[in-house]
Write a protein that binds this ligand. Structure first.
Ligand code: BDP
Length: 482
């Protein structure tokens, strides 16, 4: 472990000997939830379709970056701007003044401050989107406009999307965060679940009439279990999966929204998981966190764009899997603070810190969670670990040290005969770092190219692999089976 000890000495964290001792005991006989190959995902604003060349196979750098996150995954299109989109079978030129303004402009997450300009969605944009999703090997969740659209137009749009995507379409969602409609000006104050259910039903029926095999998901609520649960029960026969959103913090003007708070356990997440658990019990349907990120209203500078968000995001993926979720979509786009991929076609793209968290998850890969217990002398819950049996057969452990300045020495016992473990590290100069994030000592380039240049080997002594996990870092430990 020469490399990590030098790193520790250099940063002045104290000698590794003084680091806390933790023990992670994995129980390979106790398998938990599955992490499927489609677990990972991204979410973009519908407004991004206003530039039909963005989601297009010709946008090779973006394809490369997204593919780096997984050979399969889910792209979700929606967000606030989906409620202001307009489908047309016409070409934009034929529409004169309604033609999309500034194709190629950066489309970041909507901040929700004012109704956005309507986005014109054309058949051309949908065909390019299909080519894009094909190039990724991913699937699509597509948001329609119940907020300001009509059931008839939604049915026309759905027909075109359905015919274009075939099996690559997982589901339509009919709206975005209907539980906030009464607050964001889409509906009058007092708009309640029964009003929404009626509207949802009428859109659903219009689309079903036009596209009998159309798959649906929902309700895509912001956070409200009081909408999620009745929706699940009322529409369980009509949908293929349930969805809700999660923003850990917000708004960005809240001074208590800090890195330190982001990295602590979050009661809001527990409430989300409670709703999700209940719907699973009630309906048996899978649940997807269809839109998530660190801070709503576009994110918070100095938090959402830092290395802390990478640790937060990667851990959220495991927390969700552990709670029984089937997948996640990190929201982003443009140059938003929390976006995993930043940039434009013209200026090029970069992998932001949170991208590296998703990359760590991708490197651990699909599999089945394993029960494991972490004994740690400190009372702060800033050292956490997750274990899995990967589809390749090997046992893996992912360890997060979210301490700002406390290194940890951890003994990992796979409880299965193994001759050696390898360690891939996710590191940066500190929690606040916005650049210089590396996995396996290498960064990701603007086209998604990445390869580790450092993979440590650790021998198994007394049935354990003992490693240092420096403060503000994560480690993926893979055991080689005997
Ligand atoms: C969600 C919206 C999304 C926004 C995001 C935000 O669905 O369109 O971009 O919040 O406020 O509520 O950052």
């Amino acid at each position: 472990l020469a490399s990590s000890s030098t790193l520790i000495a250099k940063r002045g964290w104290g000698a590794p000997d003084s680091a806390a001792i933790a023990r992670l005991t994995i129980d390979p006989s106790r398998e938990g939830n599955v992490i499927g190959p489609d677990f990972t995902g991204l979410s973009y604003e519908t407004a991004q379709l206003g530039d039909p060349e963005f989601f297009s196979p010709s946008n090779r750098d973006l394809v490369g970056l997204m593919r780096r996150l997984g050979g399969s995954g889910v792209l979700r299109i929606g967000g606030n701007t989906s409620e202001y989109s307009r489908w047309t079978a016409e070409t934009p030129a034929a529409m004169g003044a309604d033609a999309p303004a500034q194709p190629g402009a950066a489309v970041g997450p909507d901040t929700g401050k004012a109704p956005p300009k309507p986005t014109i969605i054309t058949p051309h944009a949908i065909r390019n989107l299909r080519g894009f999703v094909d190039a990724l090997g991913w699937k699509l969740i597509y948001g329609l406009n119940l907020g300001t659209g009509t059931p008839e137009t939604a049915a026309e749009e759905a027909a075109y999307v359905f015919n274009t995507f075939g099996p690559r379409l997982i589901a339509f969602q009919l709206c975005n965060e209907p539980d906030l409609f009464s607050r964001n000006g889409i509906r009058k104050a007092g708009y309640a679940y029964p009003d929404f259910a009626k509207e949802w039903r009428s859109f659903y029926e219009a689309i079903k009439k036009r596209v009998p095999d159309a798959p649906f998901a929902g309700p895509d609520t912001a956070f409200n279990n009081e909408w999620l649960l009745p929706f699940a029960n009322e529409f369980k026969q009509d949908i293929v999966s349930l969805s809700q959103h999660y923003y850990a913090e917000g708004p960005p003007t809240d001074p208590s929204m800090t890195i330190a708070r982001l990295l602590q356990p979050n009661p809001k997440l527990q409430s989300q998981f409670a709703g999700m658990g209940q719907t699973r019990k009630d309906t048996g349907l899978p649940f997807r966190l269809a839109e998530t990120n660190s801070c709503y209203s576009g994110g918070k500078e100095g938090v959402s764009d830092t290395f802390a968000s990478a640790l937060w995001g990667a851990e959220l993926m495991y927390q969700l899997a552990q709670a029984g979720g089937e997948g996640i979509n990190f929201h982003g786009g443009g140059f938003g603070w929390y976006t995993p991929i930043a940039g434009t076609r013209e200026k090029g793209f970069t992998a932001r810190p949170i991208f590296y968290g998703m990359l760590l998850f991708a490197q651990a890969g699909a599999g089945k969670l394993l029960a494991s217990s972490l004994e740690y002398q400190q009372d702060e819950p800033l050292l956490t670990a997750y274990s899995l049996r990967s589809d390749s057969g090997s046992i893996k452990a992912v360890i997060f040290n979210k301490h700002k300045d406390r290194s940890a020495r951890i003994a990992i016992q796979p409880q299965e005969r193994s001759e050696e473990a390898s360690v891939l590290r996710l590191t940066a100069s500190g929690l606040e770092a916005t650049t210089g994030i590396v996995l396996g000592a290498n960064g990701v380039d603007g086209g998604g190219k990445w390869e580790y240049s450092s993979l440590e080997r650790v021998s198994i002594v007394d049935n354990a692999a003992t490693i240092e996990v420096p403060s503000a870092s994560a480690a993926l430990v893979s055991f080689k089976r005997l």
